[in-house]
Design a protein around this ligand. Sequence first.
Ligand code: NDP
Ligand code: MG
Length: 383
Amino acid sequence: MPKNIAIYGSTGSIGTQALDVVDAHPNLFNLVALSAHSNIDLFIEQCLKYKPKHAIIVNEAKYDELKEALAAEDIEVHTGEQSLIDLAKDADFEMLIAAIVGFAGMSSTLAAIQSGKKIGLANKETLVVAGELVMEAVQANNTELIPIDSEHSAIFQCLVGEQMDELSKIILTASGGPFRGKKPNFLANVKKHHALQHPNWTMGAKITIDSASLMNKGLEMIEAKWLFGLQNDQIEVLVHPESIIHSLVEFIDGSQKAQLGLPDMKLPIQYAMAYPMRIKNDFPRMSLMKIEKLNFEGPDLKTFRNLAIAMEAMAKGGNCPAVMNAANEVVVKAFLENKIGFLEMSDLIEKSIEKIEFIQQPTLDEYFETDKKTRAFCSSLFK
Ligand code: NDP
Ligand code: MG
């Protein structure tokens, strides 16, 4: 029997690669729901090809066009943010591939968890903002959250068959992004087309900028903390420019385990979709013989301040990571619109953390309130 799945964010980098995985194994997966925000042309194409039971176009201005294009199909067409949440609860599927970018993906992911669905989680911001509540919901609803982020998939795979109380730490690898080795005087002048050129991975614009600023690794430390139930001092970052070792774990006896592979997101996506099975595929294979050499270095926290900010936010806890995440979403968008410089991103995130009221044990509503207040404040800092 094929596994019934939904892909939210099907027009994005992760979403389209999740569909590639479906194409590679058409008998194993059945698409019940797809969602997009605004990329209507690609979304129509996807709906006509995969014929999901439900198609959600979040941007209401695109609804009529989608409805018309799918008029002859047996597909229910929905629009608006609320429909993401309603269908996450009500539609009949086993696993949600959560591939919406940013805080916008949190409500629907939580709704799916609360109705007992499994999650293949690409949307790391959900765990950064409200990791404690999200993981509590996973437990309370007796379901599973399988990471798609390559580092977390690596750690997850290394921990299969192991005892969590025998884990001493995890080591998250980081490529270092396009500006590895550069100093602030260089970063002061970089523009978006420089920052969008990631050396190893092709990804959506937001995570590509986060990778260039190392905020992505900061988000991933917080993501790992909640996902694996770790103390802050159990999480290390190691720069590894080739992105072949996707991450490592160390056990109490000093033994380390790593997961390796080519930098291709289809692998962790397929792992999450098929879990607990492994399925054969014909994706390109890694040869260490051809790669010959792997390099490692420590992260430069002075130049890449976002990583230091994220470590502080993780240590402070409460709603601090939610403030940082919201401010980061605002500044990344502003940088992509050429409204602020690369280094200003860290300044504005720091100002937002200073300004927004700290809450030690936020409720879900308080996380939403924090997100809203931070966006308003951070946006007021530039024109
Ligand atoms: P993309 O920008 O490529 O895609 C984002 C998807 O979300 C698109 O389908 C987009 O729709 C949709 N979307 C955007 N805004 C909204 C919104 N407000 N409401 C509903 N849907 C929305 O992002 P990526 O695929 O790169 O990243 C997705 C998530 O996965 C992120 O959280 C990222 O950190 C994480 N991730 C990504 C990796 C990668 O390799 N790309 C690796 C590891 C993690 P549309 O395009 O139709 O407007
Ligand atoms: Mg990653």
